[in-house]
Design a protein around this ligand. Structure first.
Ligand SMILES: CC(C)(COP(=O)(O)OP(=O)(O)OC[C@H]1O[C@@H](n2cnc3c(N)ncnc32)[C@H](O)[C@@H]1OP(=O)(O)O)[C@@H](O)C(=O)NCCC(=O)NCCS
Length: 190
């Protein structure tokens, strides 16, 4: 996660107890960053009208492994799916994720955030919303596959209670990277 230092005179004074004692901070926001912080994105169900924005993120994030636009449209409109989007204050879609729920079995089909939206808890929020949707549909076991060389996603899934149960060798082409199969028993959800 990248956190930029806000810097500036006020934060230097806060870091120096003797300075704050002799020279109080002026009234106003605690720091420049606090007054400029964006509100968190909103979360809502995806519709076919979101296809262009979702596919723009999909193709930028996954490159050669990205789903085709037609496949993405099929996913957004097919039965048994639940797709959600994160929308920022400018109404731009900054993330999406999808669940397939068939009986008691669910699959996280995909999840991706645009780079600027990452590392602020929104991926976890989106995953939790998809798992809530799975729970509401009576799903008891959720599966997903993740690239072996994706430590951020693997750590997130483990923290939610997923277990790594197998490997599909060289599943991701053309990179020749293994897929790690994850399973969550809903009673083990954290
Ligand atoms: C994977 C992804 C959805 C996670 O979303 P995110 O918003 O970046 O992650 P969050 O801020 O919610 O963090 C969730 C957890 O991920 C892990 N994590 C996040 N950023 C990390 C980093 N830079 N390094 C290591 N772990 C990190 C941490 O375990 C974190 O939990 P914590 O903050 O409680 O410690 C997002 O990074 C993404 O879209 N990546 C590209 C697409 C992708 O890999 N999709 C998954 C395909 S299976």
């Amino acid at each position: 996660m990248s956190v930029e230092a806000s810097g500036g005179e006020a934060s230097e004074l806060r870091d120096d107890p003797s300075a704050t004692a002799s020279r109080p901070l002026p009234p106003g926001p605690a720091s420049p960053a606090a007054s400029e912080a964006s509100p968190p994105p909103t979360l809502r169900p995806a519709t076919e009208a979101d296809l262009d924005a979702i596919w723009a993120i999909e193709s930028a994030v996954f490159g050669a492994e990205a789903w085709s636009r037609d496949l993405m449209r099929d996913e957004l409109t097919a039965d048994l799916r639940c797709y959600l989007v994160l929308v920022d204050e400018a109404r731009a879609i900054v993330g999406y994720g999808g669940l397939l729920a068939v009986g008691t079995e669910g699959d996280i089909q995909t999840i991706a955030l645009s780079p600027k939206a990452r590392g602020a808890g929104q991926g976890r929020r989106l995953m939790n919303a998809l798992l809530d949707a799975a729970d509401e549909r009576g799903v008891r076991e959720v599966f997903l596959e993740v690239r072996a060389d994706n430590p951020v996603a693997r750590t997130l899934y483990a923290s939610l209670g997923f277990e790594e149960i197998g490997v599909r060798p060289r599943y991701y082409q053309p990179d020749n990277v293994d897929a790690v199969v994850n399973k969550l028993q809903m009673e083990n959800r954290r």
